[in-house]
Design a protein around this ligand. Sequence first.
Ligand code: ADP
Length: 266
Amino acid sequence: MFLFQKISVDKLQEGLQTKRFGRSIFFRREVGSTNDWAKELARRGAEEGTVAIGETQTGGRGRLDRKWISPRGGLWFSVVLRPRMSPSEAVGLVFVAGLAVAEVLQEEFGLKVETKWPNDVLINGRKVCGILAEMNTKGRTVNFVVLGLGVNANFLVEKVFPESLKKAATSVEKELGQKVQLEELFKAVLEKLESSYDQCAERGLAFLLAKWKKHAAFLGRKVEVRSGSEKLLGVALDVDDDGALVLRLEDGSTRRVLAGDVSLRL
Ligand code: ADP
């Protein structure tokens, strides 16, 4: 069992089918936050595609500095990107990551996945992966983006997570009934990430979003959205080409939301 949880550094690159992503990999058994580490690498000039990966994170973060629980057995890594995009376009890179994870879990493992706006991948309505995109800009130029991906892989949430999260989260092991090779999962996700990212640069975010939306089970459903101090109720109509959530509110008007938390209303 231990074998599946300890990452073998050599195997992370063995047979990796990418051109740029993961050509340079920084690995530690334990790290504070892979996003913080990747940002530090990026500030020191790390090339696009540089990866920071940890076996566990002691200070994993979600959006708004929420804690991201990162036990051994999960896949916790961040990639440095240097997109030639405007800051508003680069916001859409979070969808590139979600799509990559969703496609790998579905195609390689046969799992039925959903994407949830803006940054989650779910199985049976429970979060299996979280994504944290952080951008560094100068004026209207993007210096770099760090894309952090956390996949609950080889552990059982009921054993390692606090009570409050046991219903909201799941893991690949739980859904599959067995562990997966972390290094293989890493390579598959990284390969998808590179190809989706290149597609996004060549064909635009709308092309990628169309694929992402095929997994977006919340579209057409009644949702509650918390955005800042606001709570909005309505039907999730679409995610537009800027990545904003389009809602039809209860009074019939439509509203675009740029950031927020969505939950389904039953
Ligand atoms: P959201 O998923 O709502 O977009 P974040 O991306 O900010 O939120 O993720 C942080 C939240 O995810 C935490 O507040 C916690 O509720 C939950 N969480 C923390 N660690 C995990 C994990 N490993 N798997 C699933 N959910 C987690």
